[in-house]
Structures are given as structure tokens and as C-alpha cells.
Design a protein around this ligand. Structure first.
Ligand SMILES: [Fe+2]
Length: 384
């Protein structure tokens, strides 16, 4: 009866708890720092959505807090249930570790990826789109909720939408992102965004911008003006690291997903914005492989440009994007068609380590590893 619990950061020191029930239950979460002893409670909202002939279960969203950083909380959702969950809040300051994985799906490969991620002791998960691969068949969204619950109920999962989240059927269901928006509410209101499809959050000295590749992004769009306003709010003395997440990669030397509007169009419009803001790293998915570029601006090495990383090998049923273009472009530092996940470990104000972990290897093995210096700490890259 109780299912699909996942949590996400919701403004400073708060966490959103989301879950789905088949029968009506109050949108109430009881929580505290001692197992079984819930000293606080919070109420939230309940929604359902229709999709053609499908009616979802009751989707509950409750924001809890203020919470202490780096603390284990125990919680219970709704009434009449003995199931207790727990989550750990992220630290207030460095170090902090992000797990990064896109195009997850729900296969044996997905299971293997999740197993690896579970062993990584990460603080926050970033998912650059393509979650369930339900592809219109709504019960698969529920299956995905069950599949990720063991991890997503314990650490915040911050997601953005990919093409598989659109789920519009011409003449039958005209709205886009219906299921995604109902099931995966992100802190867009908290970050001044008009849409659940693009938002930002701050955690432990890192400002993370989650963009929507399949939402209007032109200079006159809501997304573009929100991005400009959000970047103006970033104070690099408080949040020295600036990270962005999209679904469709702007840099890609795989044969898959070349020349797509969502990649090239967004790059055309926003690359200058990212460069001028000194974005440190841009994570993407969409291509079912791993690829890391050097710091780049306008297709050339540039020490003040972002590092572009595609981590789209979560494990979905479409399989791997095995063919890379040859010769390898000079700006592509490492590329490989295998399932796995990445870890972005921010050590302090100035240094972070990115590692790529293949499912075929032991979790301790990093197939690719690079140390990043925050652009805010590089004198020659100072924002003028
Ligand atoms: Fe995709």
C-alpha cells in the first residue's frame, strides 16, 4: 500500500518526501533523529493525474524541516503503516559527493548500476534525464518507483527530464511531461522558476542548475530569462562551484544523437551564458555511453570553459551507444560505451575529483579520473 518513496532537496535545510498510495491517506510525514521516535511532523499535498484511461494512485508531497546537516533522520509516511524509512541530509560544507547517472531505465543493467551507486556513500544523486523508460505505459512509472525506492528514499535524488519523459500522444494526450511532473516534483518554486522542468538548488557550497532540454530555451523563453536571473543570484564566494545538468549533450563524439536541435540549439543559445558565468562542469545523458571532454568553449580547449561530461549509461533497455566517431576529437579526453555511473566529489572550495565507474568493475575501481580546479579559484578566469 505504501510505495515509491523518494526524496529531494527543497530549499535550504528542507527535504521533500514524495510517495504514492493506492488508497486515500493523509499527506503527513512523521520524522525525528531516533528510530521510532518521531518528534516532528509536516503536512503537504496530494495529487492524482490522468493519462488516457489510466488514473494514477494518490501522489503525496510533503516538505519537512528545518533539518540539521549531515544527520540521519527516520521517517514514516501517512498513517497506519509500520514501514520506517531513513535519510541522511547532505553536509553543510565540503566535502560532498554527488552520484551522476542518466538514462537509467529498469533492466538488469539498471540493477547493477544501482548496486554500485548504493556502495558509493554519495550525498546527492543527479539524474540528467530519461528515468523510467515507461514510454507511455504508465504502470512502468510505478515499477520504476519501486525499483529506485531503496536508494531514493535514503538520499535526495535531483532529476531533470529527458525525451522519454515527454509522453505526449497526438490526438490522445496533448500535455507533455504529465507523469514526470506529477511524480517527480523538484524545488522549482523554491528557486524562483515557473516550471518543474528547470530549477536550481544549492548544497554545501555547490550551486546546481538543472535545465530542461525539451522546454523552450531561446533568448525569449522563460527558461532563458530564469537562467539569467538565477546566475545573477550565485555568489561564488559562498558557492564556489557551479554545476549545470542537461539531458541532450552539447558536446558528443558518439554516432548517436548527432545534430539534434535540443543539443545544438541549446548550445548555440546558452554556451556563452555558461562561459561568462564560469560554469565548472556540465553533466548530460541521452547518449548511452560515457564521454568526458576537456574544458571547452566553442569547440576548442579553453581553460575557463566548462568540462562537459556525458553519463548516459545508467542501463536502460535500448542498450549501449557503441559507435564513436573517428578519429577522436582532440577535445574528447575519454570515451567508452559501457554501463556505469560517475561520482563528483567536491573536496573543498578549490578542488574536486570526477571518477567514472563501470558496472563491470569493482566499485573501488575508477576507469576514468580527473581532478578539477574550481574556476572561481583560477585568477585568470575571474569573472570580469
Ligand atoms: Fe534521451
Amino acid at each position: 500500500m505504501l510505495m515509491q518513496v523518494h526524496i529531494s532537496l527543497s530549499g535550504e535545510n528542507h527535504m521533500r518526501i514524495s510517495w504514492i498510495t493506492q488508497i486515500p491517506t493523509p499527506a503527513t510525514v512523521y520524522y525525528g533523529t531516533i528510530s521510532g521516535n518521531y518528534t516532528s511532523s509536516a503536512n503537504g499535498d496530494t495529487n492524482v493525474y490522468h493519462y488516457f484511461k489510466y488514473l494514477s494512485g494518490e501522489i503525496h508531497d510533503v516538505v519537512v524541516g528545518p533539518l540539521k546537516p549531515n544527520t540521519l533522520y527516520y521517517y514514516r509516511c501517512g498513517i497506519n503503516t509500520s514501514r520506517e524509512f531513513s535519510f541522511r541530509t547532505p553536509p553543510a560544507r565540503f566535502p560532498i559527493k554527488f552520484a551522476v547517472v542518466g538514462d537509467l531505465g529498469q533492466t538488469e543493467w539498471t540493477n547493477s548500476t544501482l548496486k554500485h551507486i548504493a556502495q558509493s556513500n554519495y550525498d546527492v544523486l543527479l539524474l540528467p534525464g530519461d528515468l523510467s523508460y515507461a514510454d507511455l505505459y504508465q504502470p512502468l512509472w510505478d515499477n520504476f518507483g519501486y525499483l529506485v525506492e531503496p536508494l531514493a528514499s535514503m538520499r535526495p535524488w535531483m532529476v531533470t527530464a529527458g525525451n522519454h519523459e515527454i509522453e505526449r500522444i497526438k490526438g490522445i494526450h496533448r500535455h507533455r511531461f504529465t507523469s514526470y511532473n506529477a511524480r517527480w516534483v523538484m524545488p522549482y518554486e523554491e528557486s524562483g522558476s515557473p516550471s518543474n522542468l528547470f530549477y536550481s538548488f544549492q548544497v554545501a557550497g555547490v550551486h546546481v542548475i538543472m535545465l530542461g532540454s525539451y522546454v523552450e530555451f531561446g533568448p525569449d523563453s522563460d527558461q532563458y530569462s530564469w537562467l539569467q536571473a538565477d546566475l545573477r543570484k550565485v555568489d561564488r564566494t559562498k558557492t564556489p562551484w557551479l554545476v549545470a545538468v542537461v539531458h541532450a549533450p552539447w558536446y558528443n563524439s558518439n554516432h548517436d544523437h548527432q545534430l539534434e536541435y535540443e543539443s545544438l540549439g541549446m548550445k548555440e543559445v546558452m554556451e556563452d551564458v555558461f562561459y561568462r558565468a564560469r560554469v565548472d562542469v556540465v553533466f548530460a545523458g541521452h547518449v548511452h555511453a560515457y564521454e568526458r571532454f576537456v574544458r571547452v568553449y566553442k569547440d576548442r580547449t579553453n581553460e575557463c570553459g566548462p568540462m562537459y561530461i556525458t553519463s548516459g549509461g545508467g542501463g536502460n533497455h535500448e542498450g549501449l551507444a557503441r559507435r564513436f566517431k573517428n578519429p577522436r576529437p582532440e577535445i574528447s579526453a575519454f570515451r567508452e560505451a559501457s554501463f556505469g555511473h560517475g561520482q563528483f566529489s567536491v573536496v573543498n572550495e578549490t578542488h574536486a575529483v570526477w571518477t567514472w565507474h563501470r558496472n563491470g568493475d569493482n566499485i573501488a575501481v575508477a576507469a576514468d579520473e580527473v581532478v578539477l580546479r574550481s574556476l572561481a579559484s583560477v585568477p585568470t578566469c575571474r569573472i570580469s
